[in-house]
Design a protein around this ligand. Sequence first.
Ligand code: ZN
Length: 415
Amino acid sequence: MPVPSDNLRIRSERLWDSLMEMATIGPGLRGGNNRQTLTDSDREGRLLFARWCEEAGLSLGVDELGTMFARREGTDPEALPVMLGSHLDTQPTGGKFDGVLGVLGALEVVRTLNDLGIRTRRPIEVVNWTNEEGARFAPAMVASGVYAGVYDLAFAYGRTDAEGKVLGEELERIGFKGEEPVGARKAHAYFELHIEQGPILEDEGLDIGVVTHGQGLRWIQITLTGRDAHTGSTPMPKRVNAGLGAARILELVDRIAWSHPPLAVGAVGKLDVYPNSRNIIPGKAVLTVDFRHPDLAVLLAMEAELREGAAAIAAEMGLGFSVDEVQGFDPVAFNPALVGRVREAAGRLGYTHRDIVSGAGHDACWLNRVVPSAMIFCPCVDGLSHNEDETITPAWAAAGTDVLLHAVLETAEIV
Ligand SMILES: [Zn+2]
């Protein structure tokens, strides 16, 4: 199979101009974007994207969840397409690049192929997944989740936002409830270019992250029960302090995460003590542990250590103890052949790179269940995202998109 020549590159200025033009739609208050899913701004962004796709000669299909598929035909009518994309929706105080780079980078790949008259055996489809962020309608990545069979369509349609508006109705209102059954469009492979949303690439001065895995996560809720009592009149030996038990479990969570370096992370992000009064020793504490690791065996070991250690703390302190898994997401191992293609493309193009694990969830994490998938990361300044100050450089965007171009071309097969 022919490998694309190493001087084949996308047009950096055109990509950057498109990113900046999209960023004028749904501007945030501090220079970023507020283009939440299924709002009027999302509609406007979708229409601009649709116009660009049409100008690039692509045929647009929209599925029942509003996900947009813009197709460039291949020479083989029987061949399944190579999909590439991400999401155009943003957080309420989002940046200009999270998701948008993956969609407009994919469009730039097609524009480059058009410029050069390059044909591929397989069709190429640029995808904009609906509601990746999950900020307005939880959960995140709901459309790709339905595509991958994780959720059903009725569940997705029934999601409501804070004002009680319903996802299915909002989809209809903005005119993007399509006809195609979700998941009916099959694919040979899926590639997603995304900003890292972490500091590693920038810290190490690298151009490209070759994403090998998506982190798995466990949210474990622990409830400790002691006895509410007066903080002044209760002697120390008589106290059954659920707040103190929670503090010891916080330390335990930190120790467990540190004991599985370098990839394990853990924290307690939510902690409630009851009755939460200045002069009452807490009789109850509820906390949620967030553990993440790309290897399922390690993740399960971390959870087991927590269950055992926290139960021991509670027993020693005379606290009632219960534990529930609130949510779990198993780690994702991206397709090794496609990951290898991303790594080789980065090398061929002369970009510095390293293998990396995605700390955040992405549409590709769901897609990988039904379509062989891979991701490409480019650095972002200070590892910042979900923040209006999120920034990348035109050179970083171009490098990531060059790698996308090469990996896609090799997979779609130049004819
Ligand atoms: Zn994203």
